[in-house]
Design a protein around this ligand. Structure first.
Ligand code: GLN
Length: 240
């Protein structure tokens, strides 16, 4: 039986507003289709796992980002290699920022990032908080919840994950939200994002299976997403 190894980066410090629900969603959607899922929690100083099929990392406070900075820089080249090799990856808010080059916090402190994604973040004058709806070329409407001080600028704004329909997104100005590079999605969408946007979850799963079993044609079994769709609709209809 195929086992998909999910690397969960820094669950202790980087896990806000339901981010852990993304892991549950990946595990369940794999299991419902007869695959096995193994979650590998990774904390600073842990040995870096040899087999990684999906990378996941959540958000965190500035203080949490500070705590993981050194370790993240150390494993950065390994993560970069995985992303460059098209390993599916989802990083939210705090880790999205640190998959970029750096995050300058509101007190002027610079937290260095891995530079896997071509972007930079600097704290703005106010926190951007609330429900968010975006439109992605690949996934259509994607809904979530954002809460960040960081304003993110992409080197290439065309690389964004989606365009903001309502909410702030990367910086509240250029309409861009997140970053989509190879099979790596960086986004500000907490909520958690995957239970309410099963297409995004299945994208990560499909890419992981395709890499794991390159000679097999992957056709994911359809699941009954009635509950997921109604959660999506209800989130999309909530006023900002
Ligand atoms: N500390 C970062 C910020 O405020 C990330 C917050 C988060 O992950 N929700 O921008």
């Amino acid at each position: 039986m195929t086992t998909i190894n999910i690397l969960h980066l820094y669950p202790h410090e980087m896990n806000l507003y339901g981010d852990h629900g993304n892991i549950l969603t990946l595990v369940k959607r794999l299991e419902w289709r007869g695959y096995k899922a193994k979650v590998i929690p990774y904390e600073p100083g842990d040995p870096f796992p040899r087999d990684v099929d999906i990378i996941f990392g959540g958000g965190g406070q500035d203080s949490g980002q500070n705590k993981i900075e050194e370790d993240l820089l150390e494993i950065g080249p390994k993560l970069k290699k995985l992303v460059e090799n098209e390993t599916p990856c989802l990083v939210i808010c705090g880790l999205y920022q640190l998959f970029g080059r750096s995050f300058k916090t509101s007190d002027g402190h610079l937290i260095r990032g891995t530079g896997i994604l071509n972007l930079e973040t600097e704290a703005g004058p106010e926190r951007l908080i609330g429900n968010i709806v975006i439109n992605s070329e690949t996934f259509g409407e994607v809904v979530g919840y954002e809460n960040h001080s960081g304003l993110t600028t992409l080197d290439n704004p065309e690389e964004c994950f989606g365009k903001v329909v309502s909410g702030a997104g990367n910086n509240g100005k250029d309409q861009g939200e997140g970053c989509f590079y190879k099979n790596c999605i960086g986004t500000y969408l907490h909520g958690p994002i995957l239970p309410k946007n099963p297409k995004v979850a299945d994208f990560l799963i499909e890419k992981a299976l395709a890499r794991k079993t390159p000679n097999t044609k992957i056709k994911l079994k359809a699941l009954d997403d009635t509950i997921e769709e109604s959660a999506h609709k209800s989130a999309a209809s909530r006023p900002r």
